[in-house]
Design a protein around this ligand. Structure first.
Ligand code: SAM
Length: 378
């Protein structure tokens, strides 16, 4: 059981989402959340006219303290959306003043206070600051927060470049705040989506800011592509953790009659995958599905022929293997008997041990010094 999140003498039970994840020692909030909420209170920055925009709240630690104000929480993460909803329910709070929004929807342009958790991805940081500058008034209160070790001078330069004059607070419990005064200079042009050609094909891959491998093909995916399974017409196939959809696109290239479902927890990833199939294989797009979801939760058991997956090993700032576990367990549940999970992984992650536990065994399809492609059948 985790200790409660206590700010302003209010104790809240906050959990990371999904609640079932193995690594329960990871907290659902950090010192930067505490610092930001305490700073707002101590400086009396909110009043009944405040319209608060919270960006990148991990699992609701910020938003849940702002439910008395008109608040919008924006995040590219489906898990962050669900985490906030679950934590509100868990603490028996009312969400009447709260809107939860994805990263591709316009920001509420009447927001006058922006609380910004600095993301790991510099690309997402730049894109979000460009959108804030473009869509909000220059007299907003803007405060960003992160662990001090994640705020570098290069990070502050990004704030200076896209928003305006930037200052920082002292560090408290190893967290720091960043204050920006928006200037009146012209907004920068967004460099996103980025587009790169998929080598050996006529296809172009388009990527929103928060998409994995947005600048070029991932090395793991490059090793995976020649070792993908042969798909028969009309088979049900899932590209799990699809990112820009490059793995599913490659399968559709060889078997355009396959029924492909692209799944990712990033709204930007799923939007990019959809765009990439529509642009490159418009006929196949008609029988594809694009789903923002936590792994395969809610998918029907025994319904799918093949799952392909290049699993992640981070959730937000934390390195963790619980998502790979969940992906493999979900794939096992969702596959038909005889169905195949085919994955790529770094050798040192030893995914064969997990597959042995879940499927009873697995076969090595290919390997080199760095990567291994494994196949497990249900
Ligand atoms: C290593 S990337 C692979 C992307 C793409 N398939 C490729 O090979 O370039 C892993 C992907 O898993 C997604 N992901 C992370 N957690 C997830 C979850 N709980 N459910 C679904 N997708 C998730 C990430 O957003 C990321 O796009």
């Amino acid at each position: 059981m985790q200790s409660p999140f206590i700010v302003n003498e209010q104790a809240l039970s906050l959990y990371r989402y999904p609640i079932s994840q193995n690594n329960r020692s990871l907290q659902a909030w950090d010192a930067a959340d505490e610092y930001l909420i305490n700073y707002l209170t101590e400086n009396d920055l909110l009043n009944k006219d405040s319209k608060v925009l919270v960006v990148n709240d991990s699992f609701g630690a910020l938003s849940i303290n702002l439910l008395n104000y008109s608040t919008t929480m924006v995040s590219d993460s489906w898990l962050a959306h669900r985490g906030l909803e679950e934590n509100i329910a868990q603490n028996h709070l009312s969400a009447d003043n709260l809107t939860i929004s994805d990263s591709l929807t316009n920001l509420p342009n009447d927001a006058n206070v922006v609380l910004y958790k600095i993301p790991k991805s510099k690309a997402l940081l730049a894109e979000q600051l460009i959108q804030i500058k473009r869509q909000l008034s220059s007299d907003i209160i803007f405060i960003a927060a992160a662990r001090a070790k994640d705020i570098h001078s290069s990070t502050l330069k990004v704030f200076e470049k896209y928003l305006g004059t930037t200052t920082t607070s002292l560090a408290v419990k190893k967290a720091r705040l960043v204050f920006c005064q928006l200037d009146n200079q012209q907004t920068h042009q967004s460099p996103f989506p980025t587009v790169w050609p998929l080598e050996g094909t006529p296809y172009n891959i388009s990527n929103h800011a928060n998409v994995f491998a947005r600048e070029k093909l991932d090395l793991g995916a490059r090793f995976f592509i020649p070792h993908l399974p042969n798909i028969k017409p009309n088979q049900q196939v899932i590209d799990l953790g699809c990112g820009n959809g490059v793995i599913g696109l490659t399968l559709l290239n060889t078997q355009p009659a396959a029924q492909l479902t692209f799944v990712d927890e990033s709204f930007m990833a799923v939007a990019s995958a959809k765009q990439n199939i529509e642009n490159n294989l418009p006929d196949a797009a008609e029988h594809c599905q694009f789903v923002v979801n936590d792994c395969l939760s809610g998918f029907e058991a025994n319904s799918v022929d093949v799952v392909v997956c290049n699993p992640p090993f981070h959730q937000q700032q934390a390195t963790t293997d619980h998502i790979a576990w969940q992906m493999f367990n979900d794939a096992h549940r969702v596959l038909k008997h005889g169905g195949e999970l085919r994955i790529i992984g770094n050798r040192n992650l030893a995914y064969h041990i997990k597959l042995k536990r879940i499927f009873g065994g697995c076969k090595t399809i290919a390997s080199d010094k760095k990567f291994v492609v494994l196949s497990a059948r249900k």
